[in-house]
Design a protein around this ligand. Sequence first.
Ligand code: ZN
Length: 169
Amino acid sequence: MAPSAERPLMSSPAAPPTIVISHLATGPTPPTAANATWPNVLHTRVPDLVGQMGAPPWSKRLIADERQLVTLIASPPGGGNRPHWHRDFDEWWVVLAGRLQWELTGGIVVTAAKDDLVWVVPRGTVHHIQNVGDETSLRLAVAMPPAAHYFSPCEQCGYTDDGPLEWRA
Ligand SMILES: [Zn+2]
């Protein structure tokens, strides 16, 4: 199969992704798969990680397996993502610091702050996320592999650029 970058974009629907679970537990097992560094560390203290990462913007993949991709993302005031949508999964977040705004397809705008859980992005909904507060924002993003991203301009803000139309994150 051709690499995904060479596939025609959105002209023909891609086949639904399939998930291969190649490693199966056969019974109670200690957490020997835990890594010494991310992803898949047994115990992550968010303040320690934030101290290691330094000034935003940055992102760190914390958990990755066949079914989930969990990423901690820090943005400076005014910072955010490239607006995009997903074909095959619904995405959700927990805001751990600051104040963030989600601009969504259909003119919907959601603002969320520390300790808020946001499930506003079913598959197909374009989401443009911005730090609208005056401190660094932290959000824990929960996505599902292979996590293909499809760029789309932001309806509300008109955000557009000449970056890639499709990427994986
Ligand atoms: Zn997304």
